[in-house]
Design a protein around this ligand. Structure first.
Ligand code: PLP
Length: 445
């Protein structure tokens, strides 16, 4: 750090802390995007958790609504910091019909500009500086700055397995893991304040059974730990009966929203996070929410959320979109079909070259094991392979940097940011690359 700096120490620290390891390379890739005719050597971007498969449906809907409806006057003014009442009502009806299948009270919703501020504000309210938030590993790396930057809470990656095959069927998290985390954390003189589950999971696509969620809830209530379930991928479900992938699933697991358990328990320790960024392919609109029965949490949220409010224009547009339940039903169904088709493309290619993956039940990801191709079991070798893949194939995936998993060589691949046609090209390029490495390996063995 320079002595000449005019900014605060924390500002200097922030200026030197990358949000994600793949951000810089992603920025460059965006300037050189693949196009099958005009830029066949361009970048195929499979690292950013975006879903563009159904944007054509949403785009047409928004264009029609904004053309046919006059902008109401409230749009140009301030509104409640946690969301305009008319918007929260539309969100509550949408959620209860499509995601939670249980009643959602709009007075218990607090909306912010995306899940990112929802996580940041929630962590700030639920924990004090130095308190610990537990995430079963591997888990979304950006949780770390979200809980840490402002709230100064610490992340604990709870290891439940080393090999990716171990979570083939479902996440392994159980009471013994929670007990171990608690004793580790308390042994360091700290407090296990929150447990965060992502369901379906980023990056594994795993899904928790209702029985497991209930067991974990009971443990959290007994131990006075706040349990938050992030259902940001709750409607991005894979059709596990699709003939191309059916054989991967030995057990049926239905998605059950945590809101049902919250409704039943009515506890101050249980909370839900959601955002339309992924399920409705709208990351650029910035709409997220927390749902809680904890009145004090909601009051604090309202007092803290002013910097994170969703623009009223966006609230107006999405209040209309989300209220059209026929449109949303069709959107969700078409989106899940498209998601499954693209996922099947990935699975077929991975199987053809013998790459191990976690069979996904939802989310936008394939979580794959390239450990056999590492020159050494280290973070450096993992980064080296990731860059080599990108430089030789133009396909940009994400290394497990900051995901908290124990074994090196695991990578995340997003299959929804590009069209199925372009995904075919990306997987063909990756397939050729892996075949080359397989050959090199068998020649040297
Ligand atoms: C688990 C999880 N939470 C939160 C976010 C951030 O979402 P948003 O764009 O709504 O801020 C993401 C985005 O990748 C995510 O995967």
């Amino acid at each position: 750090m320079s002595d000449q700096s005019t900014i605060s120490k924390r500002g200097q620290e922030a200026s030197n802390t990358m949000l994600r390891i793949d951000m810089e390379i992603y920025g460059k890739a965006l300037e050189n995007i693949f196009h099958k005719e005009t830029n066949p050597d361009g970048a195929l971007i499979l690292n950013m958790a975006e879903n563009n498969l159904s944007w054509y449906l949403l785009k047409e809907k928004i264009e029609t609504l904004t053309r046919d409806n006059e902008i109401p006057d409230w749009v140009s003014n301030y509104t409640m910091s946690t969301g305009a009442p008319i918007f929260r009502e539309a969100v509550a009806e949408f959620l209860s019909r499509f995601l939670t299948k249980s009643p959602i009270n709009p007075d218990h919703l607090a909306c912010s500009a995306g899940a990112t501020p929802v996580i940041e504000v929630s962590a700030w309210i639920l924990g004090d500086e130095g308190d610990v938030v537990v995430f079963p590993a591997p888990s979304y790396p950006v949780y770390t700055p979200d809980i840490g930057n402002k709230g100064r809470l610490e992340r604990y990656d709870l290891i439940t397995h080393d090999d990716l095959e171990d979570i083939h069927s479902e996440p392994l998290l159980d009471i013994e893991h929670l007990e171990k985390a608690k004793s580790d954390i308390e042994g360091q003189g700290k407090q296990f304040k929150m447990l965060v589950l992502t369901n379906p999971d980023n990056p594994t696509g795993g899904m928790y059974t209702l029985e497991k969620l209930l067991k974990i809830t009971d443990w959290c209530l007994e131990n006075e730990v706040h349990l938050v379930v992030n259902e940001i991928y709750g409607l991005s479900l894979i059709d596990t009966n699709h003939p191309a992938i059916k054989g991967d699933y030995k057990k049926d697991i239905d998605f059950v929203s945590f809101a049902q358990i919250m409704q039943d328990r009515q506890s101050d320790y249980l909370h839900l996070w959601y955002s339309i960024s992924k399920d409705i392919g709208s990351s650029g609109f910035r709409v997220g929410l927390a749902y809680s029965f904890n009145e004090q949490f909601l009051k604090a949220y309202a007092n803290l959320n002013a910097p994170h409010m969703i623009s009223n224009y966006t609230q107006w547009v999405f209040q209309m979109v989300l209220s059209d339940h026929d449109f949303m039903e069709n959107y969700i169904q078409k989106n899940q079909e498209a998601l499954t088709e693209s996922y099947a493309v990935v699975v077929k290619s991975l199987k053809a070259v013998g790459i191990t993956y976690v069979p996904s039940r939802g989310s936008l990801f394939a979580w794959i094991d390239l450990g056999d191709f590492l020159s050494a079991p280290t973070q450096e070798a993992e980064t080296e392979l990731w860059l080599d893949i990108y430089h030789k194939t133009n396909v940009l995936i994400t290394p497990a940097h900051g995901f908290g998993n124990s074994k090196r060589g695991q990578y995340r691949l997003v299959y929804t940011a590009i069209s199925k046609g372009d995904l075919d090209v990306a997987m063909r390029k990756l397939g050729e690359y892996f075949r080359g490495l397989n050959k090199l390996k068998s020649d040297t063995d």
